[in-house]
Design a protein around this ligand. Structure first.
Ligand SMILES: [Zn+2]
Length: 350
């Protein structure tokens, strides 16, 4: 696998880390300064002795998505310079404020979703500054990028991988191959449109589009990338941690960082035309379907009750497909919020 950024004969600098061939060094990258303290991301660089590609792994943009964070930490613990060719750069926690405050989806300082803030800007609020530093100081060093997510604290989902459709065939096909490294049954090729028809409710930044995401914007910079969604509901569950971890190990085999044959999933089902189903009435949300369930267009999938026991609204799926993702909070506002931008995420299964 040809490498565009052969870093082996020079020092790699990120934050307070100066890495050299044959070393494994951990440190911090300051991404923004508060009045009396700094927001610093933990970073580890593992540099093999021999030349090879640079893989960047980033987890923890959403502070309660613990399975990806755990897998990244496990990766840091298990990979040594002797084992690899090339360079592995791991950020196990991209959003320390959200992790510390146990905040759903957003950075608690500015209520902005870091997930959708790339490539970032130093002229923005703190999340835009963080995105700018992550993108310019870390992501741009990558030949390949792996981005780890999952359901947030209130969210259960079927594990799947995203990759972006940028129109650059060689980048897109490599991104697709990276996605097939993950032991998941489903993949979704995300469009890069800012205003996807299936996108986020107005006023929220959740969307089934790759625009503004780390894997999407990196792909536009010709860095093949994939994002794994595995785990959720604020839990550390071994089977979901393992999906992230095994996927990364397979990526490292595929791109020649590790020896061995990658265990690619040749038969992954493509998810398409994702839609977000929201409620209009406020009250108590009672779901009828679980994640992974197949549903038919028009089928009732949940209801909103008032506190007198009456049904105020019946939610129906606008398409036939599979329930990929479901919100678990029973409290339902009459408007979408960053904490609860939708109730169901449903996609067609080809
Ligand atoms: Zn997430």
């Amino acid at each position: 696998m040809p490498s565009r950024k052969t870093n082996q004969h020079r020092v790699i600098r990120i934050g307070n880390i100066n890495s050299r061939p044959g070393t494994k060094i951990s440190g911090y990258l300051n991404v923004a300064d508060k009045a009396a303290s700094s927001i610093a991301l933990p970073v580890t660089i593992v540099q093999g002795q021999s030349s090879g590609p640079t893989l960047v792994v980033i987890a923890g943009e959403h502070g309660c998505e613990y399975c990806g964070i755990m897998a990244a930490v496990r990766l840091i613990g298990s990979i040594t310079p002797e084992k690899i060719k090339g360079t592995l750069i791991v950020v196990p926690l991209a959003n320390p404020p959200a992790f510390e405050e146990r905040t759903l989806f957003v950075n608690p300082i500015d209520a902005v979703n870091l997930y959708a803030s790339y490539p970032g800007s130093l002229a923005g609020t703190v999340s835009h500054m963080m995105a700018h530093e992550i993108f310019s100081q870390i992501a741009k060093k990558a030949d390949f990028l792996v981005h780890l997510h999952g359901g947030d604290y209130n969210e259960a989902l079927v594990p799947f991988n995203y990759y972006a459709h940028t129109g650059n065939r060689s980048v897109d096909s490599m991104s697709r191959k990276l996605a097939s490294c993950f032991p998941v049954d489903y993949v979704l090729e995300a469009v890069m449109a800012r205003e996807a028809s299936s996108g986020s409710p107005k006023g929220t930044s959740y969307a089934a589009t790759g625009a503004g995401t780390l894997y999407g914007e990196a792909s536009l910079k010709q860095i093949p990338s994939t994002m794994c969604e595995s785990g959720g509901e604020g839990k550390v569950e071994e089977k979901f941690v393992q999906i992230h971890y095994d996927g990364i190990m397979n990526v490292m085999r595929l791109i020649g960082m590790l020896t061995g044959v990658p265990g690619l999933r040749e038969k992954q089902t493509k998810l398409s035309s994702p839609v977000l189903v929201s409620n209009r009435k406020a009250g108590l949300f009672n779901p009828f379907v679980k994640i992974g369930e197949k549903v038919k267009k028009g089928q009732p999938i949940g209801e909103i009750l008032n506190f007198q026991g009456q049904v105020l609204e019946t939610l129906r799926t606008p398409i036939s497909g599979m329930v990929v993702d479901r919100i678990n909070f029973a409290a339902a506002d009459s408007y979408p919020t960053q904490k609860q931008p939708y109730l169901f995420y449903i996609a067609k299964t080809e």
